[in-house]
Every structure is written in structure tokens, then in C-alpha cells.
Design a binder for this molecule. Structure first.
Ligand code: ZN
Ligand code: ZN
Length: 412
């Protein structure tokens, strides 16, 4: 295989890729507890080998700890303040519109993937959810398709025909373990067939929303992931794996969801002048019922911001409240796409708007979710050991969205 080693620079960082396939995997929703439960039972031998001969360390994700925010960070190498994607939705006060930002037109930074393709790498993006494809493949020459819509991939629009035949698997149901496994299997096939040598594989967290780490379904799922990791390693690829965010149960000791409906709470206390945006809201309702641990508040009367902030800070289950300026600085948010106040909730609590906006009956039996501070810390696992300079960086405050940098520039 003839693999380009031409260096490329994007968003202020220069990458020096090796003449081997490079694979970064976004292990959607893989809180460390999932790896640990499976490793302790010997269900992930290939991951175990990667950890022993390569690297495993804790890294800090981007906030809000949502999927598209962190996927955007991983493929650009920068924070949401720079790339502009701060959730699935934001409210534009000037236009008085709630705007969905699952599209590359809202992305303010170039991607490592597009830059690698321009430098001569054969780039492929495979994502479980179709909603991410547009952002991940922004201005990119190469292959980009989703497991969800694999059957519809076409050379003109996706850089590939017959994706099902090439990967050897049918388009999976999106609410399934198979949706994530398809992504990894596609990655293996694209490398083996010489169609890609620089890959971003983004899984989906339906399984983690539905099952706790020790559940048999989770253990089986991670064992199946491990099989694909083994196949990827066998291609000679170097691999970096990091989650977009962790996952926590958001229920009380009886299994009942702990939900704070913030718009109702504020109306009861201060009257009817609030709009609460849940930036986790997306079409995949079975995952979380649009309930996460992070909401954004817009207020008609800006003079009340300090009083509302002070009141919210006293409410049980709410752990952080930031005004716009603090959110921009402390949470790395794009100031024009956040609100007057940003609210984060406890490890076992989610925040929502009003009950009618959240269909809890759509959930598959429990409420596990993410979005806040307690799903921020995740692991980064690399198949290669770190060099001296990056060993020092890893000891500081490494970020999940530096995974391409660590894998490409930081390993021996
Ligand atoms: Zn996710
Ligand atoms: Zn999720």
C-alpha cells in the first residue's frame, strides 16, 4: 500500500502522519465503567493489549457533553468556542428562531479529515447516525456514509457505491448494537480493500443509554467491539479511541427519572418570560427523551439575570449556573449560540423544559443520559505508546479532541 506521509496543518496544528492506516474511533457514550466492567471479565482482550502496549489515560471532553459537540471537536481539534457547534439546537434571539445546527453550515473550523485528504490520504468517515455525516465530511474528498443510511450511499454524494456489499453487512436498525458494529466492520473492510488509510469511525450510544455497564447486553456489545478492534489492529493500523462523553443513570433509588423541568420552575417563581433550550434534542427519541444534564435559558428581561441565577443555584439537583460571559470562558461556548444562563445538573439529575416537551414513554425502560460535568471525563486509549513530549502533555489536561494529535504526533 502506498500511503502518503505528507504533513498538513489545520486550525494551527501540524500533523505528521505515518505510512500506516490511521484510525480514530469515537466510542460514543463509553464511560470508563463500560470498559472496566468488560476488562475485569476478560471480555476485551484486544483493548487490554492496546492499554498494556499503548496508552490509556483520562481526558477531558468538551461541554456540553453531547455527541455532535464532541464529534465536531474531535474532527477539528478545537473547542466549541472555536468550531461553533454547541449542541443540536440554539435559539437565535434576533431572528426569534430555534435553529437546528446539525449541518456543516454552522461549522466555523476546518476539519483534520478534509486536510488529510488534501494532503493525499485516502480518508473515510463512517458514522452510525446520519445526522453527523454532513458536519464530519465538510469540504472533504473521500468516503463518508452512515450505518443508518448505508444502502443509500452513492459515489457522487458519499464517495462510495454498494456500501452494503463492500462492508458485507446490511444497513442496521439505528436502535441496536449492530449500528455501532457496522461502523467498525465498515472500517475494517475499507482498509482491507485499500479504499481508505485515514479513518474516523463514530459509533452511537443507544446501548449505553439503555444498559448499565454490568448488564449482559453491554458485556456482549463490548466483546463484539473488541473483536472488531482486533481486526483493525490486524490490518496494521494505529488506533486511537476516545468517547464523546460518558453516561450516568439519571434516576432515584426506585428507578424513577430525576427530572427538573426548568421552564415550569422559573415560571412558577418569576412569571412567564423564559425560554429553555435543551440542546440535546434530536430525532432519536428512544435514547433520552431530549433530557440531558445541560440546558440554556433565554430571558426577556435581562435585568433579572442575576436574581434568576442566584435562585437557580439554590435548587437541589442543579450544580452549576453560568451567565453568558462565564459560559463562553469556563465552558468554552460560542457566545452568540448560548443563552443568558447555562444550567448544569447533578450526576443523577437531568434538566428539561416542560413535561409536554419530553416523551418519557419513548425510552427503553430507564433513563441514562449525559450532557453535564459528570460525563465530561472520559478515557483516551491508543494502540501505540506515547513519546516523551506527549507523556508530559498527557499528565496535564489532555482533551478528548486532541486524539488525532496524540495518535499521529504523540506516539513512538
Ligand atoms: Zn454521544
Ligand atoms: Zn446520547
Amino acid at each position: 500500500m502506498d500511503i502518503s506521509t505528507t504533513a498538513f496543518t489545520v486550525n494551527g496544528k501540524t500533523y505528521h502522519p505515518p505510512s500506516k492506516p490511521v484510525v480514530v474511533i469515537c466510542m460514543d457514550g463509553s464511560a470508563d465503567e463500560y470498559y472496566n466492567a468488560s476488562l475485569a471479565r476478560g471480555r476485551m482482550p484486544h483493548l487490554e493489549k492496546m492499554i498494556v502496549t499503548g496508552f490509556r489515560g483520562l481526558v477531558r471532553g468538551a461541554l456540553p457533553s453531547f455527541t455532535n459537540v464532541n464529534n465536531s471537536s474531535i474532527v477539528t481539534g478545537v473547542s466549541p468556542a472555536v468550531h461553533g457547534i454547541s449542541g443540536n439546537f440554539f435559539y437565535d434571539e434576533k431572528k426569534d428562531q430555534e435553529i437546528m445546527m446539525n449541518s456543516a453550515e454552522y461549522l466555523r473550523a476546518d476539519t483534520i479529515l478534509a486536510a488529510a485528504a488534501n494532503a493525499g490520504r485516502k480518508v473515510a468517515v463512517v458514522t452510525a447516525k446520519e445526522k453527523l455525516r454532513d458536519i464530519l465530511s465538510h469540504k472533504m474528498k473521500g468516503i463518508a456514509f452512515s450505518a443508518e443510511k448505508a444502502a443509500q450511499a452513492k459515489m457522487d454524494t458519499h464517495g462510495i457505491d454498494n456500501a452494503e456489499a463492500i462492508t458485507g453487512h446490511q444497513t442496521p436498525e439505528i436502535y441496536s448494537a449492530a449500528a455501532s458494529l457496522f461502523v467498525l466492520r465498515a472500517g475494517v473492510a475499507l482498509i482491507e480493500k485499500g479504499m481508505a488509510d485515514f479513518l474516523y469511525l463514530s459509533l452511537t450510544d443507544y446501548m449505553q443509554h439503555t444498559y448499565a455497564p454490568e448488564a449482559e447486553a453491554s458485556l456482549d456489545f463490548y466483546a463484539a467491539i473488541d473483536t472488531e478492534l482486533g481486526r483493525l489492529l490486524a490490518t496494521g493500523a494505529i488506533i486511537g479511541a476516545t468517547p464523546d462523553h460518558g453516561m450516568n443513570a439519571k434516576v432515584d433509588e426506585h428507578g424513577k427519572p430525576n427530572v427538573l423541568f426548568v421552564e415550569d420552575m422559573l415560571e412558577a417563581q418569576f412569571g412567564n418570560h423564559f425560554r429553555v433550550i435543551c440542546p440535546i434534542t434530536d430525532p432519536y427519541v428512544k435514547h433520552h427523551g431530549a433530557l440531558g444534564s445541560y440546558v440554556v435559558i433565554h430571558m426577556n428581561d435581562k435585568s433579572k439575570i442575576p436574581a434568576v441565577k442566584e435562585w437557580l443555584e439554590q435548587q437541589p439537583g442543579i450544580t452549576e449556573v453560568h451567565d453568558k460571559h462565564a459560559a463562553a470562558r469556563l465552558l468554552e461556548q460560542p457566545e452568540d449560540r448560548t443563552g443568558d444562563l447555562v444550567v448544569l445538573s447533578a450526576r443523577d439529575v437531568v434538566v428539561g423544559r416542560r413535561p409536554q416537551y419530553h416523551d418519557l414513554s419513548a425510552l427503553d425502560g430507564t433513563l441514562r443520559s449525559h450532557g453535564g460535568r459528570y460525563e465530561e471525563m472520559v478515557s483516551m486509549i491508543l494502540s501505540q505508546p506515547l513519546n516523551a513530549a506527549y507523556t508530559m502533555k498527557a499528565a496535564g489536561d489532555p482533551r478528548n479532541f486532541h486524539v488525532f494529535d496524540f495518535l499521529i504526533n504523540g506516539t513512538k
